[in-house]
Design a protein around this ligand. Structure first.
Ligand code: NDP
Ligand code: GDR
Length: 329
């Protein structure tokens, strides 16, 4: 249909990609997800959607694959969610992280410039770019001081997105999103790790949970609400960048406390600090000032911290119960 809106989502197999694809399908878009080739399929998060979206191969490392995809699909909007997104891996694989998370953005922007400069572009920027924060809370005007190769790579992606807007007049937006979580979060990230670990302890499947820094403070929100803002940003008259977060901060220790308490347990005998989970450099405290998004996009988070923890723990308990072999086997 000629009037159909077409959209390309990179990173569709990830947490945010799966929620964004759901939202865009509901809104009537023709959704194409870019997936990279692997020896086995990794479509767990989008299994419920595969008959309503199209999947095409492409890779942020391969310029021509991006150009060909855009030429074939002629999308109106592109959401770039693909990245090497795990901060500890960025310390052990800094160059690969830069290729995906930094240069990958330029490859995609160059493809847009070449194929169709009217395409609207969303870049998944991150609160990790703030790093060693000079002020709290952090807004769109807070200076950046990243503390990890991931944060540095994201900052490159952020600046190049802004530069293509200013140099070539492209409609490019960066959403500076603070941590957002869900039952679809990767298992290595701390919220999912705590939700799973606490549930394992409660079900008698584990005796303890090993973590790193229990005093790190984060602004944690609920992922399905955050993908709404990505779409909203591309529907505005002008391209503008926004900070997105809840404006509330909690420590990893508090996350443990609420997760274990939801299962009727005190976290203290079960949670231990293991030095291998400490990072070469830590971002100690992040807190969003999302007042510009409240004002201009009419966006506000709806799920509280306690509700978020409980949603994640309940999902883990369900999953583990389903996976647990019946008694006597
Ligand atoms: P995930 O780690 O869950 O997903 C990352 C996605 O990127 C996966 O689909 C992965 O594919 C894909 N990918 C990785 N490398 C490549 C590549 N070379 N070519 C193509 N695809 C690739 O991340 P989230 O969903 O949590 O986050 C989405 C984006 O938002 C990321 O860019 C992240 O850095 C950023 N962000 C996330 C925040 C959060 O709290 N979740 C906060 C701020 C920013 P595969 O399945 O093949 O590995
Ligand atoms: P983060 O998320 O680094 O903020 O990046 P993560 O959940 O990995 O860490 C949050 C905080 O928890 C502390 N922590 C631990 N972290 C992990 N992963 N494992 C542990 O055992 C552990 N113990 C304590 C960390 O030190 C840190 O302070 C996420 C990613 O989604 C990025 O892609 C995104 O850009 C940012 O959020 C915003």
């Amino acid at each position: 249909m000629a009037s159909e809106r077409r959209v390309l989502v990179t990173g569709i197999t990830g947490q945010d990609g799966s929620y964004l694809a759901e939202l865009l399908v509901e809104k009537g878009y023709h959704v194409t997800g870019m997936v990279r080739r692997s020896s086995s399929e990794n479509f767990e998060r989008i299994a419920h959607l595969v008959d309503r979206i199209e999947l095409r191969q492409g890779d942020l490392l391969d310029q021509l694959s991006l150009v060909n995809l855009l030429q074939d699909l002629q999308p109106h909007e592109v959401y770039n969610l693909a990245a090497q997104s795990f901060v500890p891996t960025s310390f052990s694989q800094p160059i690969l992280t830069a290729e995906f998370t930094a240069l990958g953005v330029t490859r995609l922007l160059e493809a847009i410039r070449l194929v169709d400069p009217t395409i609207r572009f969303y870049q998944a920027s991150s609160s990790e770019m703030f790093g060693n924060v000079p002020e709290s809370p952090q807004s769109e005007t807070t200076p950046f001081q990243p503390r990890s190769p991931y944060g540095v790579a994201k900052l490159y992606g952020h600046w190049i997105t802004l530069n293509y807007r200013e140099s070539y007049g492209l409609f490019t937006c960066s959403g500076i999103l603070f941590n957002h979580e869900s039952p679809r979060r990767g298992r290595e990230f701390v919220t999912r790790k705590i939700a799973e670990g606490a549930s394992r302890v409660a079900l008698g499947l584990a005796e303890r949970l090993e973590l790193g820094n229990l005093d790190a403070r984060r602004d944690w929100g609920y992922a399905p609400e955050y993908v709404e803002v990505m779409w909203l940003m591309l529907q505005q008259e002008r391209p503008v960048d926004y900070v997105i977060g809840t404006g509330e901060q909690h420590t990893t220790r508090e996350f443990c406390e609420v997760a274990f308490a939801h299962l009727g347990l005190d976290y203290r005998p079960y949670v231990q600090v293991a030095p291998r989970f400490l990072r070469p450099a830590e971002v100690n405290s992040l807190l969003a000032d999302a007042s510009k998004a409240h004002r201009e996009l009419d966006w506000k988070p709806r799920t509280s911290f306690t509700e978020l923890v409980q949603i994640m723990v309940d999902a883990e308990v369900d999953r583990l119960r389903r996976e647990k072999p019946p008694e006597g086997r």
